[in-house]
Design a protein around this ligand. Structure first.
Ligand SMILES: [Mg+2]
Length: 235
């Protein structure tokens, strides 16, 4: 057994349930924007996804630049409402700022704070997220050495960028001295294992492990269990 030095964490659906937060942030940002440009036709979710796909085709960086993607969506609406390119910028900024504030109105899962605080006394901690939440927005931010987003590494987990960047934060750190914890079987578990990083699956709703090509990983469903799980499986 190798001694663990660093633990990295996913954020969305690992520390909090993201779906209701994004839906609510989306809705209220639309209302906010309509306050400036009047009622808009936003279409269905599938219209939105087609629109998003088209934007990614015009600029592949939107695949990992969700801030840019979101700004482009607001900008399109604002331009369609008759604003000039130049005059649209300020309103795009306002909308994005509004969205980002709402996007941080999350409810942490039970016992996350206690677990992070406890783990921080024995290990270095970091964040690896495909999203755009900022852990420093919250009190527990002080326990983390770093946070790496898709924008930082120009790729999304399960690609290697986040994991390599985390290892490179330290001198002489080996991949097998890291544990990555996340909810996603591919993005988090497979992504970590591909590099020889230890992976622990946050399985909050007690799902079955469906990835047949990957051995079922260590898992937990409540953050009160994580410290013991790590202590009993790693040095
Ligand atoms: Mg996640």
């Amino acid at each position: 057994m190798k001694k663990i030095k660093l633990i990295t964490f996913d954020l969305d659906d690992t520390f909090w349930d993201i779906n209701p937060v994004i839906i609510s942030a989306e809705r209220s940002t639309r209302d906010f924007l309509e306050g400036y440009i009047g009622k808009q036709e936003w279409g269905s979710m599938s219209d939105f996804l087609i629109f998003r796909k088209k934007l990614i085709e015009t600029d592949p960086s939107f695949e990992w630049d969700i801030k840019g993607l979101r700004r482009a969506i607001y900008q399109k609406k604002i331009l369609e409402a008759g604003y000039s390119q130049e005059n649209s910028e300020e309103l795009v900024n306002k909308c994005y700022k509004f969205f980002l504030k709402k996007r941080h109105e999350v409810t942490f899962y039970k016992n996350v704070f206690e677990a992070v605080e406890e783990l921080s006394t024995s290990y270095s901690l970091g964040v690896l997220t495909n999203g755009n939440a900022d852990i420093n927005h919250f009190g527990i931010g002080k326990h983390f050495d770093f946070s790496i987003s898709s924008y930082d590494v120009k790729s999304n987990k399960p690609e290697k960028g986040h994991f390599i960047a985390a290892k490179n934060k330290y001198d002489n750190l080996e991949y097998d001295e890291i544990i990555h914890i996340g909810d996603h079987p591919i993005n988090d578990v497979k992504g970590a294992l591909d590099l020889g990083i230890n992976a622990i699956w946050f399985n909050g709703s007690n799902e079955n492990w469906e990835e047949e090509s990957i051995k079922e990983p260590l898992q937990f469903d409540d953050w009160s269990k994580i410290t013991k799980l790590i202590e009993s499986n790693y040095e």
